[in-house]
Design a protein around this ligand. Structure first.
Ligand SMILES: Cc1cc2nc3c(=O)[nH]c(=O)nc-3n(C[C@H](O)[C@H](O)[C@H](O)COP(=O)(O)O)c2cc1C
Length: 316
């Protein structure tokens, strides 16, 4: 595995959100150390055409980890070796997605119920790439520390280079407060790097998680969408530098719009603009109104005009 800076900062994988435009937006503020792709279904990867796929788009791959989803070792191995060919930093196996539409197939967090299959998947992916292999997982279906630690030991034994723990159970969904004590216990158990994830909403939270758990780095999801400059502020806090002010949000929204228009067909760009705006708009007192108005637009041009009109209309 390539040497990682310590503590290492990751942007989380997020469906419809951790695409090239959001990643480049984050990069425009100095970026994080490693980015994740959206989860990619291992059954779909072999039939996606790299020139036309809306999932296989990037500006850089050397700091990108492709996340794959599935439970068939052969299909996971095939997907990993195809994605390996694009030159990413690593390949991640999704063992954390708790949504029924995923777990009903035995994918995502379901693998945590089936330690034997999970082990075969990791071993197959390990054999298909020389790049770093990470596993992003949850605590488990229940808050059972011993089970989580045994599962993690198995992941390490099968060849994982890096573990990312979203410190919630499947039953917790996204609601209950993340259980950071599980990250600390995981760090004590395994000898590979451990990345903590769950409920970091400020630079102070990031430092607090590192201090409390001893983890080697942090992963941020939702708050990297709300404040794409959060990694810049974490780096400043860690370096003891003064925090910069928040950027002009209209400029951030416009930049996202441009990046989406540059990287995606118009219909996909508009859909993704509306999805990402829901998060960015949380910084605005009139965010709810803005999202609603933009939600009614039918083209990227209309969306841009609508944003300008909302700002010019003095609603802000
Ligand atoms: C909209 C959305 C989409 C997500 N998609 C994925 C995904 O594709 N793969 C994955 O492993 N986790 C996914 N997650 C979970 C996040 O990666 C992360 O573990 C979770 O949001 C907790 O981190 P946070 O508190 O920093 O947001 C998603 C979360 C959100 C909110």
């Amino acid at each position: 595995m390539s040497v990682l800076p310590r503590p290492v900062l990751f942007m989380a994988p997020m469906v419809d959100l951790s695409h090239v435009a959001c990643r480049e937006l984050i990069r425009s503020f100095g970026g994080c150390d490693l980015f994740y792709s959206e989860m990619l279904n291992s059954r779909i990867v072999p039939v996606e055409h790299p020139q036309t796929s809306i999932y296989l788009r990037w500006a850089h791959t050397n700091d990108l980890i492709f996340q794959i989803l599935g439970n068939d070792p052969d299909k996971m191995s095939q997907a990993a070796s195809i994605l390996d060919g694009f030159g990413p930093w690593g390949i991640d196996v999704n063992m954390g997605c708790w949504l029924k539409k995923v777990t009903c197939h035995g994918w995502g967090a379901s693998l945590m119920k089936d330690i034997h299959t999970a082990g075969r998947v990791v071993s197959a992916v390990r054999r298909s790439t020389q790049r770093s292999v990470s596993i992003k997982f949850r605590i488990g279906f229940e808050a059972d520390m011993d089970y989580m630690l045994d599962f993690a030991t198995m992941l390490e034994d099968e060849g994982a280079d890096l573990l990312v723990l979203h410190a919630r159970t499947v039953a917790d969904g996204m609601t209950r407060k993340a259980r950071w004590e599980f990250i600390a216990a995981l760090k004590d158990r395994v000898s590979i790097p451990v990345i903590g994830n769950g409920d970091i909403s400020s630079p102070e939270d990031a430092c607090c998680m590192i201090r409390q758990t001893g983890c080697d780095g942090v992963m941020i999801g939702r708050h990297a969408l709300i404040r794409p400059w959060i990694f810049r502020d974490i780096k400043a806090l860690m370096a003891g530098q003064e925090k910069q002010g928040a950027p002009d949000l209209l400029e951030v929204i416009s930049e996202l719009h441009t990046l989406l228009a540059d990287h995606f067909p118009a219909d996909v760009a508009l859909k993704r603009f509306k999805t990402a705006l829901v998060w960015l708009a949380q910084n605005l007192s009139f965010g709810h109104y803005l999202v609603k108005q933009v939600g009614r637009t039918k083209t990227m041009e209309d969306a841009k005009t609508c944003i300008t009109a909302c700002y010019d209309g003095g609603i802000c």
